[in-house]
Design a protein around this ligand. Structure first.
Ligand SMILES: C[S@@+](CC[C@H](N)C(=O)[O-])C[C@H]1O[C@@H](n2cnc3c(N)ncnc32)[C@H](O)[C@@H]1O
Length: 212
């Protein structure tokens, strides 16, 4: 993944962000040791930003699409109050096994429910209202996830989508994933149901607030 920010500037930002605990460091190290494409994991700044969004919105029920080894799920769960819940979707059993071990170790792990299977199938089984939705699964389905989830989101709820700048490939889309990310950005930008901002955090984060 290409970085948009100067490496030293980004390090400064990381040094002035609530640090990871040892559990997150170990989770990151194991993910980089054991998993293909470990860079899919959110980094410290994005993780802490997600936690901050949970705190600021007062979210109590969160849906995550794309758990991987659980870093972003744990970060968001940390921001949830007692009794808050996060449902997270994944299809890869190897990622699931790692996530489950770290969730078991964390004081926030019992707020998390893992739903294995294609996320679009899991969404069909859910009833809202959801307070916050984090879209970070397969890029080709971003628009489908958005359309399937928006009706479940409460008015005033927030959708957050990761990788919306796609290493800059949104400027010169070449393959199906590039085009899907571009289409997703257009969809949100032209949707009267939301107010949105596209942030240059890490690989780009789209925030869409549901107005009705
Ligand atoms: C970018 S990673 C998620 C990273 C994670 N949020 C983190 O910070 O560690 C995307 C994940 O979505 C999963 N995935 C892909 N297609 C899926 C689908 N149809 N339903 C559910 N999960 C899917 C992949 O197995 C992968 O683990």
């Amino acid at each position: 993944m290409d970085r948009f920010i100067d490496v030293a500037v980004e390090q400064f930002a990381r040094d002035h962000t609530e640090p990871e605990t040892d559990l997150y460091t170990r989770l990151r190290e194991e993910t980089y040791r054991e998993m293909d494409r470990p860079e899919m994991q959110v980094d410290l700044i994005e993780g802490r930003f997600l936690k901050m969004l949970v705190r600021l919105t007062g979210a109590r029920l969160i849906l995550e699409l794309g758990m991987f080894t659980g870093y972003s799920a744990l970060m968001m769960a940390e921001g949830l109050p007692e009794g808050g819940r996060l449902i997270t979707c994944e299809i890869d059993p190897k990622a699931e096994a790692i996530a489950r071990r770290y969730f078991a170790e964390s004081p926030h792990g019992d707020k998390i429910t893992i739903r294995m299977g294609p996320a679009l199938e899991t969404i069909k089984t859910l009833t809202g209202p959801l307070d916050l939705i984090f879209i970070d699964a397969d890029k080709s389905n971003y628009a489908n996830y958005y359309e399937a989830c928006l009706p479940l989101l409460k008015t005033g709820g927030l959708i957050v989508a990761d990788n919306v700048l796609w290493s800059g490939k949104v400027l010169h889309p070449n393959d199906a994933n590039d085009l899907a990310i571009v289409a997703f950005n257009h969809l949100v930008q032209s949707d009267p149901r939301v107010e949105n901002v596209c942030l240059t955090v890490r690989d780009g984060m789209m925030l869409a607030w549901k107005r009705r």
